[in-house]
Design a protein around this ligand. Sequence first.
Ligand SMILES: Nc1ncnc2c1ncn2[C@@H]1O[C@H](COP(=O)(O)OP(=O)(O)OP(=O)(O)O)[C@@H](O)[C@H]1O
Length: 247
Amino acid sequence: MIPDDPVLTVRGLRKSFTLHTIDGRTSVSLHGVDLDVAAGEHVAVAGPSGAGKSSLLRCVQRSYLPDAGSVVLHADGGPVELTALPDRALARLRGRALGYVSQFLAAPPRTGPLEVVATAARRRGLDRAEAREAAGDALHRLGLDEALWDVDCGVLSGGERQRVNLAAGTVRPPRLLLLDEPVSALDPANRERALELIGSLSGQGVAVLAVFHDLDAMRRLATRVVEMAGGRIARVGSPAEVLGAAA
Ligand SMILES: Nc1ncnc2c1ncn2[C@@H]1O[C@H](COP(=O)(O)OP(=O)(O)OP(=O)(O)O)[C@@H](O)[C@H]1O
């Protein structure tokens, strides 16, 4: 099915690794994956450990360069083939249209949460004052205590860092947002805030491609679930069809 308003089109995506420490053996993590994500869709990638979920997200974000296949982001200026994009153009696109939130926050040294999130908002087109305001709103929404907003991110707890990361990823949201276990370190109350925030993105037309190990999060958020196994897409359907009643 070709979606009405495609944001991401992936075709024939293959990725392998050469394991130099084990006699140059090859490990294949993606065997030719096809996937579309439309505006306002939340596609959850499910599957067991080693199925290729993170490899898929990393190839889309291009922190892994695929061996073959096509990854097209339908950005405002038209479709862009990410696998062939020069690094500088890719960096610009990552700032504006292509967001990636992993479990871990990578913040420059001696930078506080407000600055990290405001910088993300500025890259997405807000001016300095608007960016600080939007950053404050995002941090409030995720329950990060204001007393921590100018504290070096390096001293924050794992759950606090994860909330800063999510705030930076979702402030003035990009057209395509990749989420790789973004709430894994959160306590129940903060997890709830984070899931609400992620759930609100669909209404803003953001295309989300997400990996959660937590089935409850997938059931609540996903408009479609793609189940991977052994580097291939094994099944696609609604959360009820793919996840069933599994706990
Ligand atoms: N940088 C790498 N070097 C070598 N092999 C890798 C690398 N990244 C991934 N792989 C291999 O590719 C396969 C898929 O890994 P991937 O991390 O995509 O799985 P996953 O489904 O996200 O697993 P998990 O749920 O455990 O995070 C695994 O066999 C893994 O060892």
